[in-house]
Design a protein around this ligand. Structure first.
Ligand code: GSH
Length: 202
């Protein structure tokens, strides 16, 4: 399989999941500004959305949307515990948190990475919108070591990468000590140590 990615962006969550699942992958870096690949060809021919990640399967099919790529990868390695099997209610708890991270955390952060986002909106994101999400995650981590329970899942790979953007946004996480401890704990996982390089996200 091949993963189109940019280190430090949300595609890094897919890399962590691939690593946790012990799946070998060919990595291809994308220039998100020009939407081009290192050989000069257009990334839009791979993924017309122009965003990372995109996963090319063994049969040539291309799968996009990080939250879905992570589910696909986790299902290739059921023993990893990254995502419980269909029919197990625990699966839906993992997907509930994965969806929350995608729609409420990731996409609330995204405008901070666009140069043309108005200052007033940036301020609203930092003062109100993100703290509301941080509060939900902080409360959850008071109950469990990980988002969906007591084991690491795809939701944690995703949350780890996106919460890591707080530093670049100059957001002080000290008001959320459980999040800070969680980032430290997840950051120590061998899979994370292997893949994480923090670069500006988009
Ligand atoms: N809906 C997509 C969004 C992915 C996304 O936002 N990717 C960002 C990097 S974190 C990106 O490629 N940004 C470049 C752009 O939007 O032009 C997903 O969940 O995978």
């Amino acid at each position: 399989m091949k993963l189109y990615q940019v280190p430090g962006t949300c595609s890094t969550a897919s890399r962590i999941v691939l690593e946790e699942a012990a799946i070998m992958i060919d990595l291809q870096d994308v220039d998100l500004r020009t939407k081009s690949l290192q050989d000069g060809t257009s990334y839009l021919a791979v993924n017309p959305k122009g965003q990372v990640p995109a996963l090319v399967l063994e049969d040539g099919q291309i799968l996009t949307e990080g939250a879905v790529i992570m589910q696909y990868v986790a299902d290739q390695a059921p023993a990893s515990g990254l995502l419980p099997p269909p029919g197990d209610f625990a699966r839906y708890r993992v997907l509930e948190w994965t969806n929350y991270i995608a729609t409420e955390l990731h996409k609330t952060f995204s405008p901070l990475n666009r140069p043309n986002t108005p200052a007033e909106y940036r301020e609203l994101i930092k003062s109100t919108l993100l703290p509301r999400v941080f509060g939900v995650i902080e409360a959850r981590l008071a109950e469990n070591a990980y988002l969906a329970g007591d084991t690491f899942t795809i939701a944690d790979a995703y949350a780890y990468v996106v919460l890591g953007w707080a530093k670049m946004a100059e957001l002080d996480l000290s008001a959320w000590p459980r999040i800070s401890a969680y980032l430290q704990r997840v950051g120590e996982r061998p899979s994370v140590q292997k893949v994480v390089r923090v670069l500006p996200a988009h």
